[in-house]
Design a protein around this ligand. Structure first.
Ligand SMILES: [Mg+2]
Length: 269
């Protein structure tokens, strides 16, 4: 892929911020919320997550089982989430700073485009349109071989449409790698923020990974030796990115301090 095909390079940024959506930008994971409240519930969901973390099941299969347990119409699911999901209290401050400092924000998600768009529009406002979203999608589920009319409002009439053929459903590294592989004089510094098993595919790709305190991604990074730093909310992220932007520190020092903090029990919530 050439540089002019990479949308986040258009404004010639020095930094690009890739981020997970669910549980990272939002306080709760919207897919977990749907599963727990309208699908098979938290116990089976947690069981599926553990199967993935311990390499006994692919994220792709476990996630589809979870979503397939939700029979409510798609539009009802979107509305339930708009009514219940809240934004990290500091994300809008971060995003405002990012807009003012030419730091493109790219959402890489295992969720579904229409849900993410609806939530961002509701929680961030009109500027949300400037956030590029790369994620899975939704498609109608055929009933007796046919797409039901008005499927968005029918019971059990939708399913997830995966972004690619990977075992993740959406391999987040695919979107980051073309930027990571740019020649040094054109390559911006790349950040990523995430919290869970859907972020494993992205974890190794950027210059600095922010992993949410007390969540599955931290366990994985420690085990696999992926450098990262912890964050509690987007205020931590904003402070770190500002310090790097202004040259007060650099990504290596932040990651080294992060690993040290976890060694001393910093991941306990
Ligand atoms: Mg997440």
């Amino acid at each position: 892929m050439s540089a002019d095909q990479l949308p986040a390079l258009k404004s010639n940024p020095k930094f690009i911020f890739f981020t997970d959506f669910d549980g990272t930008i939002t306080m709760k994971d919207s897919n977990d919320y749907l599963t727990d409240n309208l699908g098979f519930g938290p116990e089976l969901r947690r069981k599926g997550n553990i199967e993935v973390l311990e390499n006994r099941e692919t994220f792709r299969d476990a996630f589809k089982e979870m979503l397939d347990s939700i029979k409510h119409p798609f539009n009802e699911c979107v509305q339930t989430l708009v009514d219940n999901i809240k934004l990290d209290p500091h994300f809008n401050d971060f995003y405002k700073w990012a807009l003012e400092h030419n730091v493109p924000v790219v959402v890489l998600s295992s969720g579904m485009v229409p849900i993410i768009r609806a939530l961002l529009e509701h929680l961030v406002g009109p500027d949300a349109a400037k956030i590029q979203i790369i994620s899975n999608d939704v498609k109608p589920r055929k009933i007796d071989g046919k797409i039901p009319e008005d499927w968005e409002n029918k019971e059990a009439a939708w399913e997830i449409e995966y972004h690619d053929d990977s075992s993740f459903g959406h391999d987040k590294s695919l979107a980051i790698r073309p930027y990571a592989n740019l020649p040094a004089d054109k390559r911006p510094t790349l950040f990523y923020a995430g919290d869970g098993v859907s972020d494993l595919s992205a974890a190794r790709e950027t210059d600095l990974l922010f992993a949410k305190k007390g969540h599955d991604l931290v366990t994985y990074c420690e085990r696999e030796g992926v450098p990262f730093t912890l964050f509690e909310d987007w205020n931590t992220i904003l402070e770190n990115v500002q310090a790097i932007y202004s040259g007060k520190t650099d990504v290596k020092s932040v990651a080294a301090a992060g690993v040290e903090a976890v060694r001393h029990g910093g991941n306990k919530v």
